[in-house]
Ligand binder design. Sequence first.
Ligand code: FAD
Ligand code: FES
Ligand code: FES
Length: 468
Amino acid sequence: MLQFILNNKEIITALAPGMTLLDFIRYQKNLRGTKIGCREGDCGACTVLSGEIKNNELIYSSVTCCLMALGNAHGKHIVTVEGINTVGLTTVQQAFSDEGATQCGFCTPGFVVSLTGFCLSKAEPSYDGAIDAINGNICRCTGYKSIERAAVFINDQLQNRNVNEDPLRFAVTNNIIPSYFLDIQERLAKIPALPWQATIPQKKLGGGTDLYVQQHDTMEHQSLDFLFDRENLNGIAQVGNSCEMGASVTATDIAGSAIFKKHFKGLKKHIKLISSTQIRNMATVAGNLSNASPIGDFTIFFLALDAKLLLNDGEHQRMIGLREFYKGYKLLNKTAEEIIEKISFNLPDEKDLFNFEKVCKRTNLDIASVNSAICLKMENDMIVEAGLSAGGVGPVPAYLSKASDFLAGKRISAELITDVICVAQTEIIPISDVRGTESYKRLLLGQLIKAHFIEMFPSLPLEKILIA
Ligand SMILES: Cc1cc2nc3c(=O)[nH]c(=O)nc-3n(C[C@H](O)[C@H](O)[C@H](O)COP(=O)(O)OP(=O)(O)OC[C@H]3O[C@@H](n4cnc5c(N)ncnc54)[C@H](O)[C@@H]3O)c2cc1C
Ligand code: FES
Ligand code: FES
């Protein structure tokens, strides 16, 4: 039986754990404030909050429930717009009304839930944070300026919160959420963990952000192996100079990790290029690697870092390099029974340089036309070792071994960069498709390699030479 709290009510259900949380909310519980737009995670109309206890703290994150399995709600507090406004308009709703931030109103519950989630975050409130909170919500009526004004107003309200004040208490006192939220942690703690019984064969499910888009119609009836909340598949740790991550670590976990922040100076910028806040809260690294999309952003990121995967089929474990994981289009060096358990890689040290670049048709919330990552081990201006990867330039996410080897042992110069682009061109096989023609993708890869070096060596006059 699945057990969770929906708004202020305890839920115990034997319904199919593969059903979407959206269908449960709307059609089983008749809570129609949560809207259906795209059912693909793109519009944010179905945004709800998911609260869970992590390290003894109740943490809320926004999720698009059209892509969330009911089974992934177990042990959590799911909050729809009906669970926020129990009496009259909340402060967030009032701000939307005062600023004229709603017209047809279809998108409004999603925006309100996302901004309410922003108010519950322990992060220091900022204007950028408020805008990030709604970067997965689309409105086709208002033109966004009025929504931005509402976000500014909410952020201004949060500036009155003392540094050590509990965001939940502040939110209750300021009519952002109802007072029942204050008992939720105690109520959640009483829900036992789910003893998932593995009956083979089962489809492995992480956050569901790929599977529910690709196989929406069949997911409800599949036998699923729920990996998202498994304790042994979560957590990010540093062991010596190596980083070890559980397979179900999400993009949001990475963005908040002190280890990643210390070793990847451009992390904030890189993570912002990946999907939206709601999707990042659900999207796991192992899901990205296993989906085997030739343009998976984390895949490209970790290929450059020469990450290793620990695979487990329930009886045996084996370690393989991510660079040996892709055998052909969507073909993995992995059996159906094996799951990715852990991902590990050597952390770049102070002398090393790392960069990630991505070109999409749209700046935000889009998958890449071409993406690329690079990691350089440096000794003064000499490259000792290089790892260069690229997506969208062949049937599998590509580690560019020839170009990487070519860079090793060379000093940085504009000629070197021009030469390595030529080498990279010999080992890619892009095709023309909706994301661009073959020649455009070749051009993009060249431009991204230039961008890597301009970004990594800001003190060198590379920009002028390379762009001239
Ligand atoms: C709106 C939207 C925007 C997106 N934007 C981006 C983007 O900008 N960049 C990007 O790269 N991707 C993007 N994605 C794709 C997706 O979010 C990512 O690929 C995500 O990391 C998938 O993880 P998941 O946990 O949701 O995978 P799931 O859907 O749960 O699973 C994906 C695949 O991985 C398998 N799997 C999951 N966990 C394991 C495991 N531990 N071991 C073995 N197999 C496993 C599943 O069986 C399945 O085959 C986007 C998706 C949506 C809906
Ligand atoms: S319905 Fe569009 S994101 Fe869920
Ligand atoms: S108010 Fe109509 S879609 Fe946003």
